[in-house]
Design a protein around this ligand. Structure first.
Ligand code: XMP
Length: 514
């Protein structure tokens, strides 16, 4: 295994992810408790993460001496390189106003070292992603420079004797195309880890962890219909069986067949205790006359919590609340960038619940990214059609119906959306798209069908590619695909007589329309 010492970088979890992709188990420990984790884990190697501090500031974080003196291989990334250098006797200088390098850069490989074996050769140039203010200006004894860029003579430094390597750039991000291979080389070739760790082992480790955390207490879990909460629930059920009860609040704003799918999966397939609350009337009643997007979101979020809380009270005696929180949800909420960020949308998830219900949290997916959650879902035997589903927002179809939300408009949208997704599946494009959905606009236009005049609603189609939902590009369908889909929707869905395609990336647009 490998211990990752976290100095607070936004992307530390990506290091863990690359290590997992290399088939090696890793744990992340904050620098302040890294020494204890090191003694407990007995890892084969150490990675020092990046971080927002400057080693030139007094009191900035350091790697524990016990780790530096352990004789194990060490890989220092960005801040990790700087603190490693300074702690071992080199010099780091602050970037000041003019210093620093941010974004894409090219480095030249100037010498060989074990870290590059089988990957990078002298004289080659490679793209990397830089993001640092300070930089190393004199190497610690034993190190030599093995790669440099015009702005960074010590882009990669190496001490093959002690197996210490460090770099100014971030190998863990996708903008360093060979970064994953570099990390794999470190953990397997340099540290000698076997590379046979898998999602099956992650599952087994999490099950043991959940049992230890929960003991004989009861747990309740809110199901949204989405992949994350379903995977969390099935995993927890494997760990503690019927100590878990799931609550599915059906707000009537689900996609076609979605509620049935969740209920039959949980009750029929897994036999997981499930309370299915039919609350469509409550939600649609409250949404009557509401057209403002934020008002819709706030009402749905609050009502969801009310309903969930009252069901939980009926079940009684649960000490723990389970949530399918993923890593990207965690970074968004503990951003290091500081300063109040602007609220673009009030997100609805079960976020308000823990405080209100005074329960302890079980969040077994906190370290994972979406595609890893899907892999875990498959490992748990969840059907592919369920696991591969596109993300769906908590407020559901309400934020895909600008203007007033009614049962009738939900039904129209459900039909159009189902046809669109059906065509996407038929074309074999479903998995290439992050999210695709139809939006029903509060605009009527004139058309002609048969020999008659029509005056009906406009339906907009949206499809985007993304890796985390934070930024997105439009999916460039063929014209023939869009023509076919538009024709089907207009012919088959009463109430829609015009279809348009949304060509807006994020930013400047958001993925959902409200
Ligand atoms: P936006 O529209 O903000 O969406 O670009 C980014 C991603 O988040 C989803 N989304 C939500 N998910 N509760 C959720 O659980 C919400 O309130 C919510 N709003 C947006 C959206 O579908 C996309 O995947």
């Amino acid at each position: 295994s490998v211990l990752i010492v976290d100095f607070g970088s936004q992307v530390t979890q990506l290091i863990a992810r690359r290590v997992r992709e290399a088939g090696v188990y890793s744990e992340i420990a904050p620098f302040s408790s890294a020494e204890a984790a090191f003694h407990r884990m007995k890892p084969k190697g150490i990675i020092l993460s990046g971080g927002p501090a400057s080693v030139t500031e007094e009191g900035s974080p350091r790697a524990p001496d016990a780790i530096l003196n352990s004789g194990l291989p060490i890989l220092g990334i960005c801040y990790g390189q700087q603190t490693l250098t300074q702690q071992l006797g080199g010099t780091v200088e602050g970037g000041g106003e003019k210093g620093g390098e941010f974004g894409r850069a090219f480095i030249e490989i100037t010498d060989r070292c074990r870290l590059f074996d089988g990957l990078w050769k002298e004289g080659e140039a490679h793209q990397v992603w830089m993001s640092h203010g300070d930089k190393v200006t004199a190497l610690a004894p034993g190190f030599r420079s093995v790669a440099s860029s015009p702005g960074a003579p010590y882009a990669v430094i190496a001490d093959d004797e002690r197996c210490f390597y460090a770099m100014q750039f971030h190998p863990e991000v996708v903008h360093t195309p060979d970064g994953g291979k570099l990390i794999a080389n470190f953990v397997r070739h340099v540290c000698g880890c076997r590379g046979d760790w898998s999602m099956a082992e992650f599952k087994a480790a999490k099950i043991a962890e959940i049992r230890a955390q929960v003991g004989s207490s009861r747990v309740i879990c809110g199901l949204s219909g989405g992949v994350d909460s379903a995977v969390a629930a099935v995993l927890i059920h494997e760990a503690i069986g019927d100590q878990l009860t799931c609550v599915f609040v059906d707000h009537g704003l689900m996609r076609m067949g979605e509620a049935d799918q969740v209920v039959s999966l949980f009750k029929g397939h897994y036999n997981i205790p499930l309370v299915h609350v039919q609350a469509e009337a409550l939600f649609l009643g409250g949404l009557a006359g509401v057209t403002d997007p934020e008002q819709k979101r706030k009402f749905i979020g609050k009502t969801f919590i009310d309903v969930f809380e009252s069901e939980a009270r009926k079940i009684g005696g649960a000490e723990f609340l389970a949530q399918g929180t993923l890593y990207p949800d965690v970074i968004e909420s503990v951003s290091f960038t500081g300063g109040p960020s602007v609220t673009i949308k009030s997100h609805h998830n079960v976020g308000g619940l823990p405080e209100r219900m005074n329960m302890k949290l079980v969040e077994p997916l906190r370290e994972l990214f979406k595609d890893e959650v899907r892999a875990l879902g498959r490992e748990l035997g969840l059907p592919d059609v369920f696991v591969g589903r596109h993300p769906f927002p908590g407020p559901g179809l309400a934020i895909r119906i600008p203007g007033e939300v009614t049962r009738e408009r939900c039904d129209i949208l459900r039909k159009a959306d189902a046809i669109y997704l059906d065509e996407i599946r038929n074309a074999g494009l479903y998995d290439a798209i992050w999210q695709a959905f139809a939006v029903l606009l509060p605009v009527k236009t004139v058309g002609v069908m048969g020999d008659g005049r029509t005056y009906d609603s406009v339906c907009a189609l949206r499809a985007v590619t993304s890796t985390d939902g934070m930024t997105a590009d439009i999916y460039p369908f063929d014209a023939s695909f869009l023509q076919r889909t538009a024709t089907r929707i207009i012919n088959e869905v009463k109430g829609i007589n015009r279809v348009v395609y949304d060509y807006t990336s994020k930013p400047p647009g958001t993925i959902e329309w409200e």
